[in-house]
Design a protein around this ligand. Sequence first.
Ligand code: UGA
Length: 444
Amino acid sequence: MRMTVLGTGYLGATHAACMAELGHDVLGVDVDPSKLAKLEAGEVPFYEPGLQEVLKRNIDEGRLRFTDSYEEAADFADVHFLAVGTPQKRGEYGADLKYVDAVIDTLSRLITRPAVIFGKSTVPVGTAERLGRRARELAPSGVQIEVAWNPEFLREGHAVEDTLRPDRLVVGVDETAPSRAEGIAREIYEKTISSGTPFVLTNLATAELVKAAANAFLATKISFINAIAEVCEAADGDITQLADAIGHDDRIGRKFLNAGIGFGGGCLPKDIRAFMARAGELGADQALTFLREVDNINMRRRTQMVELTRRECGGFLGARVAILGAAFKPESDDVRDSPALNIAGQIHLQGADVRVYDPKAMENSRRLFPTLTYSESIEEACEGADVLLVLTEWKEFISLTPQDIGKRVRSKRVIDGRNCLDGAQWRAGGWTYRGLGRALGNTK
Ligand code: UGA
């Protein structure tokens, strides 16, 4: 099937490449010439394992092209995916919908044949219905445009796998009017559905809410375990053992129960805030007040890490702090609202000499936080350090041994912000090891 993907950021570039991989004829559309130039050359403008190969193969085989022309997009296909960003508004909790609105306004005027626009961006409930009305208003007379919602659940670092083999497909349609969207969606995802992926058909509001609720649940799960980690710290408990133990109950499950410096990235933090803001507008604000606490617990983890580091160094002035990890999670170069970079920044601003190393996120970190000192390797970051912080659980940090860097540091102290190191091994190597959520008062 022919289709366009409007917006070629993280979500759009992945979706475009994966739809071509499923055999469709895809046109990716963006207004950013530098992004388009890279994509056209078969280069992914961010780090995402496996995406480069899928992108290149489908460009070479002629199923995937890119353009900045909405005229071309309207002419090319009658199925369009809306995949532009919905960032948090400046100084407010709500989502900024200006990019979504701009796409609908531009495209709808140019469409000349009946078309379906599937929204993939994360939007406040009620947006799809509003966009549908707007598209119908702007469409040339006699041209039918339907807006349906097909939320995306991909995780950065696993984007290709999550798009090609999702654990569910959700499609929301306008149930008050005749809809072609369900049939078209079933055709687009035919291979995925026939391999057993559940297809959940809902109304527009439910589809939008499924996405918001999924991210709110994940954020809540992480903050739950981090709240229990605070109690472990006070009571001499061990959060990792606790998470393993409760995770054996399959009603609870072990996934997303990794305590540490908390969640960040371009989705969970802004999505729970936008969800609260929208519930408030709808008069259901009390329903989601717990998400404010979820956010507070999460932000407190960063402060806790800074304070723990201060204690370990005996004050920040004159101290050198090695920081391994800047990305918000491993297998990603994304530093948007990254707990690691936030902690590095706070410690630096409070007077310590901070050296940061990340295998993939150095360029983005430098852009976001140019005044930090960046190192080219783990060894360089650790040189003369009074304390070592591991803040993103990259494989190469997990596999470090205490001997690897013992000679580089000034003082053998490590704080494990992701509970990803083997504490016993580090202690046996002569280091003071501390993990968040693990009896912080105890030096052994
Ligand atoms: C998240 C959701 O997991 C996806 O399903 C969703 O599609 C996506 O947001 C989105 O809305 O676009 P992502 O932001 O890629 O995906 O990252 P996650 O894997 O959810 O991790 C988010 C943060 O939580 C990271 O900072 C990670 O380190 C942290 N985390 C995760 C923990 O602190 N503990 C855990 O146990 C798991």
